[in-house]
Design a protein around this ligand. Structure first.
Ligand code: TYC
Length: 123
């Protein structure tokens, strides 16, 4: 029975996008349309990796694969970008998820005794 309570939300999500008109229903009977400027979407946050001189490249690639679901090739590309430019975007998330990623990555780096730092900023 518990999976039933989310079914209506999932149906609504299918039609949701950042552009155009979004169907909505706030009761069982009333259905209307929100125009683009009426749609409330949560702020997005960039989660950044910072370069340093000591964290091994392989460890940064592992972090990008493990915490940001990147494939090997993309993880390598992001890591090299951070290495060359000083910082780079690992992913973009809503506030709570971004905060969790930052905590998990910094804890994982500390646990492995590397100075790798992860931060976030509003998009
Ligand atoms: N600069 C590191 C090295 O040469 C590699 C590195 C890349 C470290 C990205 C951190 O976020 C980072 N071993």
């Amino acid at each position: 029975m518990t999976d039933m309570k989310y079914s209506r939300v999932e149906i609504k999500m299918e039609n949701q996008s950042r552009k155009g008109e979004v169907p909505y229903s706030d009761s069982e009977s009333e259905v209307g349309t929100l125009t683009e400027d009426q749609v409330q979407l949560p702020k997005q946050y960039k989660v950044l990796l910072l370069n340093d001189d000591y964290t091994p490249m392989d460890f940064v690639v592992l972090v990008l694969r493990r915490f940001f679901d990147k494939k090997e090739e993309q993880a390598q590309q992001i890591m090299l970008d951070v290495h060359k430019k000083g910082a780079g975007v690992a992913g973009i998330f809503i506030l709570e998820i971004a905060e969790m990623k930052v905590m998990q990555v910094n804890q994982f780096a500390r646990l492995n005794q590397f100075p790798l730092k992860c931060t976030m900023e509003e998009e």
